[in-house]
Ligand binder design. Structure first.
Ligand code: F6R
Length: 263
């Protein structure tokens, strides 16, 4: 696992954008790269940077496919806080992504259990995901795999913890509007991606980042599953890195990266 500690959230956004852009531009002829996109606040600066590069530097997402990590259950289609609507607003409608090339679990399906199984199947057919972008919850969740999630879980319905509902209440009119259930890629599903790219900023994430990177591999910290992955990168600002014991080593490693050594 590589841990990149950068001075500011804007720097994190640029590095995350670099990795996603390299996947998109480095594709071989006839190959359609597949990105795994996250929602929430963590990826927003990276998405803004990608939009800037699209507008000013001609970065094109034509032909790229994307899968979202998760979706709320029970929001009506088109609800502004459904993750399908969020990703359109934050990224895909501002670049040349084709809407039908962006897939997400159907949180408004009559049977969410079936919708979860169908999404897992579409991920198996459409995968592997080249780069899966991840945020991290203050309790160590990735996707909406709350603590206790099996490290080899697949896409399924999960119940949000009250802490996660409170954390996400800022996006809704009233705290009670935050859905209780979600469909999320499982930790096993996420781990099938070729590259896991987790980003976190701010002091509120410091304990979760330290547990994920340096704590034990445990379902109690779902993000610790990154320790099992052959290609995982964690991009954090100084505040989110504050509780990392090996921070000096991570900084040293970054300073001495070989020329052209990718993340
Ligand atoms: C969102 C997701 C969640 C968030 C996490 C952090 O698609 O899967 O795991 O990444 O809750 O949320 P923010 O970035 O809003 O702090």
């Amino acid at each position: 696992m590589e841990v990149a500690i950068l001075p500011t959230p804007a720097d994190c956004g640029r590095v995350v954008a670099d990795v996603l852009a390299a996947t998109v531009t480095g594709r071989s002829a006839g190959h359609r790269p597949t990105l795994g996109l996250a929602t929430g606040s963590s990826p927003v600066l990276a998405y803004r940077e990608l939009i800037r590069r699209h507008r000013e530097e001609g970065l094109s997402f034509a032909g790229v496919r994307a899968f979202l990590l998760d979706e709320y259950v029970g929001l009506p289609p088109g609800h502004p806080e459904s993750y399908r609507a969020v990703i359109r607003r934050e990224l895909t409608s501002s670049v040349d992504f084709v809407d039908s090339d962006v897939d997400a679990p159907d949180g408004s399906a009559p049977d969410p259990l079936v919708a979860a199984r169908e999404y897992e199947e579409r991920l198996r057919q459409g995968g592997p995901v080249a780069v899966q972008l991840l945020g991290i919850g203050a309790n160590g969740h990735i996707g909406f795999n709350e603590p206790g999630s099996s490290l080899s879980s697949v896409t399924r319905v999960k119940t949000l913890t009250e802490q996660t509902r409170r954390d996400n209440a800022r996006f809704f009119e009233r705290p009670e509007d935050v859905p209780r259930h979600v469909i999320t890629q499982g930790l096993g599903t996420i781990s099938r991606a070729q590259h896991l790219l987790l980003t976190a900023t701010g002091a509120r994430k410091a304990a979760a980042v330290a547990a994920a990177v340096e704590g034990p591999l445990t379902a109690s910290c779902p993000a610790s599953v990154l320790q099992l992955h052959p290609h995982a990168t964690v991009v954090v600002d100084e505040a989110a890195a504050a509780m990392l014991e090996r921070a000096d080593y991570y900084r040293y490693t970054l300073q001495h990266k070989l020329p052209h050594q990718p993340y």
